[in-house]
Design a protein around this ligand. Structure first.
Ligand SMILES: [Mg+2]
Length: 345
């Protein structure tokens, strides 16, 4: 059995975790050069904003609909992702980090009520990171992925699926007749690995719903389409063919962050903390046999405190790639000292 834990509208949710005043407002996050929308809150989706919509085409919604558009803050997302994944790992013994906001968890040997367990983990992630997520459970990764999509739709579009499948959906806990009803109500393009092109081909062949697809003979699918689609059909039929990849490659980013217990009013403790983190990041780099040529140092006031919010970030370009903790700590400390002293709020 597998679970897929997936953050809802992840970048938008991460921004909201830092700025609760954004709750309930239509919100989008823009790509690095503010070119197009790469994440949309449900309210923004309801305005008809499509994924990848160019900013200049939707900009008028700022005034007419109260749309808020933010530039992407990837270091923040990476940090929140780290915490979210750590909590998601509590669901079972193995984990595959699939994307910044999605991880598969292997559930072998996990006893007890999987739905209840998933709801607890989901609640913990929401409470501790501010990210709402959905959990899909199935006997293969493809079924877990599908269950996740169902959990999301059931939550976002009431009436699309039975209400009790909202947020957490365990396909294997449903009687066969209920599964069939759900599969018959789900378009084949919702299936993991069925892209737009294959989806169109399937539609042409009269295979419109997941139920249609699941009833195909895998051998025929292999002959008429591909081994890849054959594997997808087998996975949908409950035969697990895609294993959990729990040995991720070296990370492109390493994040070390912490919240202070009380408000920090002087530069000293900040410099201290930041150099400590930089040296820990160096440790992680050396463990992976990697080096870095760039470091981003950021700090912000607690999003939960009253009064004005302050945030600062600075990108440090290192003269040559390094994993030396002393060099990293020095550069980070220097960045904080100059940035905080010379940039009044
Ligand atoms: Mg997501």
């Amino acid at each position: 059995m597998f679970a897929l834990v997936d953050g809802n509208n992840f970048y938008c949710s991460a921004e909201r975790a830092m700025r609760p005043s954004l709750q309930g407002r239509p919100l989008i996050v823009l790509s690095s050069n503010d070119g197009c929308a790469i994440a949309r809150s449900n309210e923004a989706k309801d305005l008809g904003i499509k994924m990848g919509a160019p900013w200049f085409e939707i900009r008028h919604l700022e005034n007419s609909a109260g749309l808020v558009a933010l530039s992407a803050n990837f270091p923040l997302y990476a940090d929140i992702s780290d915490r979210m994944m750590t909590l998601a790992a509590g669901l079972g013994p193995t984990q595959e980090l699939y994307s910044i906001d999605e991880s598969f968890v292997g559930l072998h040997g996990v006893r007890g009520d999987l739905i209840r367990r998933s709801r607890i983990i989901r609640q913990r992630i929401l409470q501790w990171t501010g990210i709402p997520c959905c959990v899909g459970i199935g006997s293969s990764k493809t079924r877990a992925k599908l269950a996740n999509a169902i959990a999301k739709s059931a939550e976002r579009k009431p009436g699309s699926y039975p209400e009790e499948l909202s947020q957490v959906c365990n396909l294997e806990a449903l009687p066969a007749s209920d599964q069939d009803a759900i599969f018959a109500a789900t378009d084949v393009t919702e299936v993991w690995g069925v892209g737009r092109r294959i989806g169109a081909q399937l539609h042409d062949a009269g295979v419109n719903t997941v139920l249609d697809l699941i009833r195909l003979d895998p051998a025929m699918v292999k002959k008429r389409w591909s081994v890849v689609l054959e594997r997808t059909v087998r996975e949908l039929q409950g035969v697990s063919c895609i294993e959990l990849d729990d040995a991720p490659g070296p990370k492109q980013q390493i994040a070390v962050t912490r919240s202070f217990g009380k408000t920090v009013n002087t530069v000293g403790p900040l410099v201290e903390a930041v150099s400590e983190f930089a040296s820990r990041a160096g440790e992680k780099l050396r463990k992976q046999g990697c080096q870095t040529s760039q470091m981003l140092v950021f700090m912000h006031t607690s999003p939960f405190r009253q009064g004005p919010q302050l945030s600062r970030s600075v990108t440090v370009n290192l003269r040559r790639p390094t994993a030396d903790s002393r060099q990293l700590a020095d550069a980070a400390a220097q960045a904080v000292a100059t940035r905080v002293r010379h940039q009044p709020p």
